[in-house]
Structures are given as structure tokens and as C-alpha cells.
Write a protein that binds this ligand. Structure first.
Ligand code: TRP
Ligand code: SF4
Length: 543
């Protein structure tokens, strides 16, 4: 890069907030020469409260793994066939239970993808991430669903139906323009999907007000319709499985994780039978089971007859080996002691959650091999866990139940605002709308904050801070498209001091302008396709 004597617009001065939040970034396990794209952390915030209706800032993605049990996407990456560039570059950084979806895609089995959009404004480049994720799964054979969360926008955000219709149409045009196939996939709006409303009603029976209160901070002042929009979202998430259970992924930002967790819970509460592992006739919690399981595995160490370790013997072993002041250890010991001479023997347990007598009988009949029937559960000794899961689901579905699989999710990083801080729909200069005039998009990129140094000399000497640069993010999240080489080149040149911000932004701005012009042309081309699609674009509602 030549011709720039000052590294134009270092961007870290003047703004209220620095473009970074003090180095609390996930560094991950990638080789440092690979393009990094973790600039999604928002400035200023150091909390990780996940609030679907809050400001959705996440300052430290690592905490999401530790505190909320979101798993690192890198760990499943190798199992994903031809991963999307957002996956390869760590923009999609986390997941819950994505393996079954990856497996279904690999094996060409049934799978689904669904996400929803609150039509509160124009679709912008942050929404594009989710559009792309839906489309990618659709192209790999998943049943694809995209919904307009109009009930949520109306109840939680107070938008009028007119505004909702206008924004909703804009989201859908962009989705189609980016490649969603409306003939293969399903589009709907919450307010006109009767099946979703009916499912929401059923799911609402499994959740109560105090539970929603503790998850979402709802209180006595919360609108009833806002609560209804929550159960509607639960139904959205499970809707792809209404016909039959299948692995389903919900691509969203991490702010939606509370919804995902609740949906996973409700999916299991709706099940007729539960399936767990057990070692003796008594019931045990997960935590207790772990200790009992360990005791079983160590039976050689203490059992008089290791082919038939006794519960009492296991209790003694645990008392010696474990810290009995831990309440889980203590209760595991008590349960084992009470079982006394009963042999410890691993088994798969079917719990009767909400089965009719007939369904319970049908399950018992269907279990092959040795089994023992109790009041509220059946123990099977010759079935592995997976077979047992399938059997329980089969019996449930045969008898008219849903048999839901717990829905999976993938999480993408939030983009940093072009002006530093977080990207926000309410600050036009901070984000690029998919409807921005291409020239305006060009200008916004040209005036963006960068991770550059104060002067060109310093930039050449020290290199730029691509990891803290919203412009680099634009390349990694969007402008480089599928071209990893290109993204990597920008990164390497930047941190190596061979790239100066002025030229770098000029290049990005031109690419953005091209992208917007092209996208907007495509939006026009798909207008007929949208009008022909099976979705009501105008709401007859009032209010
Ligand atoms: N609550 C989501 C948002 O704020 C929108 C939404 C509604 C959604 N239903 C969904 C997202 C189902 C994912 C899946 O944007
Ligand atoms: Fe500057 Fe480009 Fe590096 Fe950002 S990526 S710091 S704009 S050279």
C-alpha cells in the first residue's frame, strides 16, 4: 500500500468509546496467522447477562461457555460438511447440541433450520448473518423456516401492524435475494400461523408465570401478550418437528439463548417418557448418578464379588474416596446404603412422565430382553441408551405424541458498530442497512473507526489491530465472502504493517457499494417470488 503518509482516521480518538473493551477477547485456539474475526465484543459492557429484549452486548464470549454452558463451535467444526465461512472464521462461535444436525446433514437425513426476525426496522448486515445461516442449511438439504415475529414486535416493542408489514416485507425480500428458496422452504408470520398458536397453547401448560419471571425478569407489570409472545417463540422453535421429530438448528445471536434453553426444557417436558441411566432400583439425580457410576466403574477395588458389587459396598467406597461433605456425595451414599445388599447393575431406565396406562403398557411390551417394571418406571438391562431413546420416541409418536428432540442452536458474534461500540439499529452510522443507498454504504465504510495506529509510520512499524477493527470485521463477516485467502491476506497485511487504513477502507467501501447495489437489484428480482410465496404480507389486524 502506498500513498498514505498518515494512517488516516486511526479512529480511536474522539469517539466516546474505544473500539475495544480492554483486551477481554476470546483468543481461541486458532493459529495466529489465521484471520481472526472476533471483533464482535461490544465496548464498555462487562456483564454477560443474556437478555432477549435488552441491549444485547456481550463483552466476553468466553464467559458464555463457562456460565451458560454454550459449547465452542470449533469443537464440532470438523463434523460439519463443507462448513460455511462464518463457521470457519469463528463468527459462529458457539452452539448447543449441534452434533445431531451436523450428522443429519452429513448423512442426508431429515433436519431443519429455523429462525425468526422481529420486524422492528430495516434488515441490516447483522441480519444477513442469520439469513446466510438459514440458506446454507437449506442448500444442504435441511427443511428451512423463516418467520416474522410480528406478535413479539407488536407486544414487546409496540410496533403498529402497518410498520410491521413494511419491515417484514423488507426482511423477506433480503432473505430471498440472498438465496432462500421459498418453494422448498417455509415462510410465515406468527400471527397467522394457527398451528404455531395451538402448539404455543400446549407448551404454555408446561411453563408457569414464576418460571418466565425468573428467566426473563418478568414481573406483575408484564403484559400478558408479551408472555404470549414467549410461548409463541417456543412454538416457533419446535414447529419444524410438528410433523415428525427431527434435528433442528436455531441460528441466533447469544441474546436469544434464554429462549433456546427454555425451548429445550419444554421439548423434554412434553415427552411421554424420559430415558435415563441407572445403577440400582432407586431414583437418583444427575449429580448423584455420577458418583454412583464412578463407584460402579471402580467395583474391582472393593467388591467381594466384582461381578455383583453391592450397593452397600459402593457406599463404603464412596465414603472413603469422596468428600462426604459434598451434598451430592452424601445423598448418593445414603441412597446406596438404603439399598444395602441390592446389586449395583447398570441399566437404561424409562420414566413415565405423562403416559397413559395404555402407553406405558405399550412401552413395556416393546422393550426387548430383560426388564423390570416398577410403579413409575421400567428398567431395561439389554438396551443401550441410543436404542432406548429411539424406542421411547417411537412409542410416543405412534400413540400421537410429539416426540420432540431438544432443538439445537448456533450462535454468531455481534458485529461491532462502524463507529465503535455496538452496532445498533438506532444509530444509523453504526450499521449498514441492506436498504442503504450503495453510495451511502460507501461513505459509512469510509468514515468507520479502524484498528489503525496514529500515524502511517507507526502502522508500518507495529502493524494494525485487525482484531479490534470494525473494517476488518466487514471483510471477515461479509466482504470476503467465501474467499478465505482474501480474508487472510487482509488480516496478515494489516497486522504485518503492509496495509494502511486509508486504502484498506477504500477497498472495503467499494466492495460494500458493489454488494449493496447487487443485493438491491436482486431484491427487485425476487419481488414476484415473494408475492407468490405462501405468506400473508398484509395483516388485517388493528391496534
Ligand atoms: N425473539 C427473536 C428476536 O428478538 C425473534 C424470534 C421469534 C425468533 N421466534 C423465533 C428467533 C424463533 C429464533 C427462533 O429477534
Ligand atoms: Fe486499518 Fe484495514 Fe487494518 Fe482495519 S483492517 S486496522 S482498516 S488496515
Amino acid at each position: 500500500m502506498t500513498g498514505n503518509e498518515t494512517c488516516e482516521d486511526a479512529g480511536r480518538d474522539g469517539g466516546e468509546e474505544p473500539a475495544t473493551d480492554g483486551g477481554e477477547r476470546t483468543t481461541g485456539s486458532r493459529a495466529s496467522s489465521e484471520p481472526r474475526s472476533d471483533g464482535g465484543a461490544a465496548a464498555g459492557a462487562d456483564d454477560v447477562a443474556l437478555d432477549p429484549w435488552g441491549s444485547s452486548t456481550v463483552s466476553d464470549y468466553r464467559k458464555l461457555f463457562a456460565e451458560f454452558g454454550i459449547e465452542e463451535f470449533d469443537e464440532v467444526l470438523a463434523e460439519v460438511p463443507e462448513p460455511h465461512y462464518l463457521m470457519r472464521r469463528g463468527v459462529i462461535f458457539g452452539h448447543r447440541d449441534y452434533r445431531p444436525v451436523a450428522e443429519a446433514l452429513r448423512e442426508g437425513e431429515d433436519a431443519a433450520v429455523l429462525s425468526g426476525f422481529m420486524p422492528t426496522g430495516d434488515p441490516h448486515i447483522g441480519h444477513k448473518l442469520v439469513f446466510d445461516e438459514i440458506i446454507w442449511h437449506q442448500e444442504r438439504g435441511a427443511d428451512a423456516y423463516a418467520l416474522i415475529a410480528d406478535l413479539e414486535a407488536h407486544s414487546a416493542r409496540g410496533l403498529s401492524w402497518e410498520e410491521i408489514d413494511e419491515h417484514g416485507r423488507n426482511y423477506l425480500l433480503s432473505l430471498l435475494a440472498l438465496g432462500f428458496d421459498p418453494e422448498e422452504g417455509t415462510l410465515y408470520r406468527q400471527s397467522t400461523n394457527r398451528e404455531v398458536q395451538d402448539l404455543a397453547f400446549e407448551l404454555g401448560i408446561e411453563a408457569n408465570v414464576s418460571e418466565l419471571g425468573s428467566i426473563y425478569g418478568f414481573d406483575g407489570e408484564t403484559d400478558v401478550s408479551h408472555m404470549q409472545s414467549v410461548v409463541t417463540q417456543m412454538a416457533d422453535i419446535l414447529y419444524p418437528q410438528l410433523e415428525r421429530p427431527k434435528p433442528t438448528v436455531i441460528p441466533v445471536g447469544p441474546d436469544q439463548d434464554p429462549h433456546v434453553r427454555l425451548a429445550r426444557d419444554l421439548a423434554s417436558r412434553m415427552r411421554t417418557f424420559g430415558v435415563t441411566t441407572a445403577y440400582a432400583s432407586f431414583e437418583a439425580t444427575e449429580a448423584e448418578l455420577e458418583h454412583v457410576g464412578d463407584a460402579y466403574e471402580s467395583r474391582e477395588a472393593y467388591a467381594e464379588d466384582p461381578d455383583q458389587p453391592r450397593c452397600g459396598e459402593a457406599a463404603e467406597w464412596l465414603r472413603e474416596e469422596r468428600d462426604a461433605s459434598d451434598p451430592d456425595v452424601e445423598s448418593a451414599i445414603t441412597k446406596l446404603e438404603n439399598a444395602g445388599m441390592e446389586p449395583l447393575r447398570p441399566r437404561t431406565r424409562f420414566l413415565d412422565r405423562r403416559a397413559t396406562d395404555e402407553a406405558f403398557e405399550a412401552l413395556i411390551d416393546a422393550i426387548e430382553g430383560e426388564k423390570r417394571v416398577f410403579e413409575e418406571h421400567v428398567d431395561a438391562f439389554d438396551l443401550d441408551r441410543e436404542t432406548a431413546d429411539e424406542l421411547a420416541r417411537e412409542v410416543e409418536v405412534d400413540r400421537g405424541g410429539y416426540g420432540f428432540l431438544a432443538p439445537s442452536s448456533i450462535y454468531h458474534r455481534f458485529m461491532t458498530g462502524l463507529t465503535g461500540g455496538k452496532m445498533s439499529s438506532s444509530i444509523p452510522a453504526s450499521h449498514i442497512s441492506l436498504l442503504d443507498d450503495p453510495e451511502e454504504g460507501y461513505e459509512k465504510v469510509k468514515s468507520a473507526t479502524t484498528g489503525g495506529r496514529e500515524t502511517a509510520e507507526k502502522q508500518r512499524e507495529l502493524g494494525g489491530r485487525a482484531d479490534e477493527c470494525p473494517v476488518y470485521e466487514l471483510y471477515a463477516y461479509l466482504l470476503a465472502g467465501d474467499d478465505d485467502e482474501f480474508a487472510k491476506r487482509v488480516y496478515d497485511e494489516c497486522v504485518g504493517g503492509d496495509r494502511l487504513c486509508g486504502d484498506c477502507k477504500e477497498q472495503a467501501a467499494r466492495l460494500m457499494k458493489e454488494f449493496l447495489a447487487d443485493h438491491q437489484e436482486k431484491r427487485e428480482e425476487v419481488a414476484d417470488l415473494l408475492d407468490a410465496a405462501d405468506i400473508e404480507l398484509e395483516s388485517p389486524r388493528r391496534g
